[in-house]
Ligand binder design. Structure first.
Ligand code: ASP
Length: 347
């Protein structure tokens, strides 16, 4: 009996050894091809929100206005990156530009909460240092992305909320406005429509209400290989009780790590928080050594299975771009040397 057992153990060990060497080879291969990929001189990817954005519901003029503004936002960031600006400076300017456009649900044009007020959330993250800053529920800061950056650079904290965040922004000398600055008829009408339908639970409007998200976000890779990501939003129409979404939550709506990727999300924030969407994509790249495209797609598909609508934009350390979403549309675009794309609907 003993004689028979020994060769079998030897055989098992040999098979295990062979399997281990095959796995090791795969690891080496993956790592080598990963490192050999060429880095783009710069790359920039943006979104202007995802949701029930259907061609049938858009006039040609509206469509043209969105595409034009997305292109202008890309122009601003690309010009800066080409001239050696940091990814942080570039995304800050791009988001600021989009906040100032009434087309998007961020800054001017933000959606209204249940009380008919605008409460704004924003965040920014530096992939080099992994420092981050965010504000939640501000009501008087003209450009919340600037407040998020000030939190990152001028405070010991990551997230400031409510009146305190407004006060901090003012102390930092940022532009302050009266709440009526954020008013747009279109967003006001959207709130009235939701209120008319009656929403006793105070839940944010769902896709069935033809609710269109409209958050803005940008991610950039600069000449030094630094990645930065940022997101800014008015949140969700009819939100209540000082609700804060995913946009100012680092790891949910925004994330950046020079070794993996930068991500900005848009969609039903509660799901993005619960599934730590932005960090999950980065972690998949870090631990599983899969591509950004695969990681982002996996997470957005998983989100859909769980009932969470929305999408993300992201880029990796080489400047590869991904823009997956599980809704009818997402305002989006990217630019890098020799390449530019802007789009709205599924294609
Ligand atoms: N994610 C945002 C929030 O839940 C909404 C959006 O992306 O439009 O606050």
């Amino acid at each position: 009996m003993k004689k028979h057992t020994l060769p079998s153990i030897g055989l098992i060990l040999a098979i295990v050894g062979l399997l281990l060497s095959i796995t090791a080879c795969n690891d080496i291969e993956t790592t080598v091809s990963f490192n050999e990929e060429e880095k783009a001189a710069y790359a920039l990817v943006i979104h202007g929100g995802a949701g029930t954005i259907l061609k049938a519901n858009m006039t040609p003029e509206q469509e043209a206005a969105y595409l034009k503004t997305l292109n202008e936002a890309l122009d601003i960031g690309e010009e800066m990156l080409k001239n050696g600006s940091s990814s942080l400076d570039a995304i800050e300017k791009v988001i600021l530009f989009m906040e100032n456009s009434p087309l998007f649900n961020a800054g001017k044009g933000a959606v209204f909460n249940h009380a008919g007020k605008n409460e704004l959330d924003a965040s920014i993250m530096d992939g080099k240092t992994q420092n981050a800053g965010a504000v939640g529920g501000v009501q008087t800061v003209k450009n919340p992305i600037l407040a998020a950056r000030a939190v990152m650079e001028k405070s010991d904290h990551v997230l400031l909320t409510g009146a305190g965040a407004d006060e901090f922004a003012k102390e930092q000398g940022l532009a302050v406005v009266t709440p009526d600055y954020f008013y747009t008829q279109r967003r006001w009408d959207a709130l009235q429509k939701v209120l008319k339908k009656g929403n006793p639970t105070g839940q944010a409007a769902s896709e069935e209400d033809d609710y269109k998200f409209g958050t803005v976000g940008a991610v950039a890779l600069d000449a030094d290989g630094n990645i930065a990501a940022g997101t800014s939003t008015g949140g969700m129409t009819n939100k209540r009780y000082n609700r804060v979404g995913d946009s100012p939550i680092i790891g949910a709506g925004t994330y950046a790590n020079n070794n993996t990727c930068g991500i900005s999300a848009t969609g039903h924030g509660e799901f993005f928080i619960r599934y730590a969407v932005a960090y999950d994509i980065s972690a998949m790249i870090e631990y599983k050594e899969i591509s950004l495209k695969q990681a982002a797609k996996t997470v957005i598909n998983k989100l859909k299975e769980k009932g969470g609508t929305g999408g993300v934009i992201g880029l990796d350390k080489y400047g590869n771009v991904a823009m997956p979403f599980n809704t009818a549309g997402m305002y989006r675009g990217y630019t890098k040397p020799g390449e530019r794309k802007v789009a709205i609907y599924q294609q």
